[in-house]
Design a protein around this ligand. Structure first.
Ligand code: NDP
Length: 245
C-alpha cells in the first residue's frame, strides 16, 4: 500500500505493451497501470482490449489507450501512423514492451511449413524491428530515461529440437536487441534489453505443453515486479543484457 506522498515507480510514464490482450502482456498492462503508467495496449482482439480498458477505468487507474493492430499483416505505413498518434497524444514514449509472439509449429525443421515460418518471423521478428525502429525517435523525446524490453525465451539462447521458427525468431530477437543496444549505448536515453520470462501459465504455454498441469507453472502476475523494475528509472544503466526472471 502506498501513501499519498510516495511516488509510484512508473508515475507519469507512457508505456506501449504488445500482446496486451491476454497472458503476460495483459498482466503487465495491469501491473504498469497500478504502478502509475498510462499504457498503450496493442493487440488484435479488440473486445479483450475494451474489457481491460473499462476495468482499469473502473479501478480509477490511468486510462489506457487501445490500439487494434495486426503485427502479421500491418504495412509499414501503419507503424508510422502509430508513431504519429503517440506523438500527438503524448509527445513522448517512456517504455516499449515487445511481448507479442506466435508459437508456430512444434515439429522437425524437415517438416516445417513455409507459411507458418513466415507468420512466426513476421510477428516475432519483423514487427519487433519495425516497432523499435519507428518508435525510437518518440522514445528519445522521453524527458527521463526510456526502456525497450524485447521478449525472448530459453530456446532463443540455447535451441532445442522441434522448436522451429519460434526458436530461430528468439535468436533473431537477441541479435536485434544487441545491435540496437550497442548503437544507443552512450548516445541515447534509451536502453534495450531482452527478457526470458521462463515457463508461465498462459495459452501459449498450454499449447507448447498440453500435458502439463497449469497449476505447476508460475502465473503472469508473478513476473510483474521484475518487468516494472525494467521499465522504471531504477534499471537505468542496464543496456544490452539478456535477462532472466
Ligand atoms: P499468449 O499466446 O498468451 O499471448 C500472445 C499475445 O500476442 C496475445 O495478446 C496476442 O493478442 C498477441 N498477438 C499474437 N499474434 C498477434 C498479431 N498478429 N498481432 C498483434 N498481436 C498478436 O503468449 P504469452 O503471454 O505466453 O507470451 C508472451 C511472450 O512471452 C511471448 O513473446 C512469448 O514468446 C514469451 N514467452 C512465454 C513463455 C511462457 O511460458 N508463456 C516462456 C518464454 C517466453 P491477439 O490474439 O489479441 O492479437
Amino acid at each position: 500500500m502506498t501513501d499519498s506522498h510516495s511516488v509510484l515507480p512508473l508515475d507519469q510514464r507512457v508505456i506501449l505493451v504488445t500482446g496486451a490482450s491476454k497472458g503476460i502482456g495483459r498482466a503487465m498492462v495491469y501491473g504498469f497501470a497500478e504502478a502509475g503508467a498510462t499504457v498503450i495496449m496493442l493487440a488484435r482482439n479488440e473486445e479483450a482490449l475494451n474489457h481491460i480498458h473499462d476495468d482499469l477505468v473502473a479501478k480509477k487507474l490511468p486510462q489506457p489507450v487501445i490500439v487494434q493492430f495486426d503485427l502479421e499483416h500491418a504495412p509499414e505505413e501503419a507503424y508510422f501512423q502509430l508513431r504519429d498518434m503517440i506523438n500527438e497524444e503524448f509527445g513522448r514514449l517512456d517504455g516499449l514492451l515487445l511481448n507479442a509472439s506466435l508459437l508456430g509449429q512444434r515439429t522437425p525443421l524437415s517438416n516445417y511449413n513455409w507459411q507458418t515460418w513466415n507468420r512466426v518471423m513476421n510477428i516475432n521478428v519483423n514487427s519487433t524491428f519495425l516497432l523499435a525502429r519507428t518508435l525510437l525517435p518518440v522514445m528519445e523525446q522521453s524527458p527521463a530515461d526510456a526502456s525497450i524490453l524485447m521478449t525472448s525465451s530459453s530456446v532463443g539462447r540455447k535451441s532445442k529440437a522441434y522448436w522451429g521458427a519460434y526458436a530461430v525468431s528468439k535468436f533473431a530477437t537477441e541479435g536485434l536487441m544487441q545491435t540496437m543496444a550497442e548503437e544507443l549505448e552512450n548516445t541515447s536515453n534509451v536502453r534495450v534489453n531482452s527478457i526470458n520470462p521462463g515457463g508461465t501459465r498462459t495459452d501459449m504455454r498450454a499449447e507448447a505443453y498440453p500435458a502439463e498441469d497449469p497449476a505447476t507453472v508460475k502465473s503472469p502476475e508473478d513476473l510483474v515486479a521484475r518487468y516494472i523494475y525494467l521499465m522504471s528509472a531504477e534499471s537505468k544503466g542496464i543496456n544490452g543484457q539478456a535477462l532472466d526472471i
